[in-house]
Design a protein around this ligand. Structure first.
Ligand code: FES
Length: 108
């Protein structure tokens, strides 16, 4: 992995199928990487509502549905699309790269 101080490489782009989500663990982070129309998005993997893992959920367009209680988030900005979730989902900025999915390292 070619991490720098400010970026974290998560996986190869080819590891994530179109319309699917992939769970990636790196350091303290447990993330879900999504591919929609060849654009990549990264959020926390754990649902903000409970024990659901969003990488196990159902992706429809830019909306991920948690398979636990059916809560939904927009993967582009973490906004809640459907209850019972009440806390926004954390999203990560994806940095342009030829072959890998790379994010900006979170500040905290
Ligand atoms: Fe995801 Fe409840 S754990 S909606």
């Amino acid at each position: 992995m070619a991490d720098t101080e400010n970026t974290i490489e998560l996986c190869a782009k080819d590891d994530v199928a179109e319309g699917e989500a992939l769970k990636v663990e790196t350091g303290d982070l447990e993330l879900a990487v999504y591919r929609v129309e060849d654009t990549f998005y990264v959020t926390d993997n754990m649902c903000t509502h409970g024990p659901g893992e969003l990488s196990e959920g159902y992706l429809e367009g830019h909306v991920i549905e948690c398979d636990f209680h059916g809560g939904q988030f927009d993967i582009r900005n973490g906004e809640i699309v459907a209850p019972p979730c009440i806390v926004k989902l954390k999203t990560y900025k994806v940095v342009p790269h030829d072959s890998a999915v790379v994010i900006e390292a979170p500040a905290d």
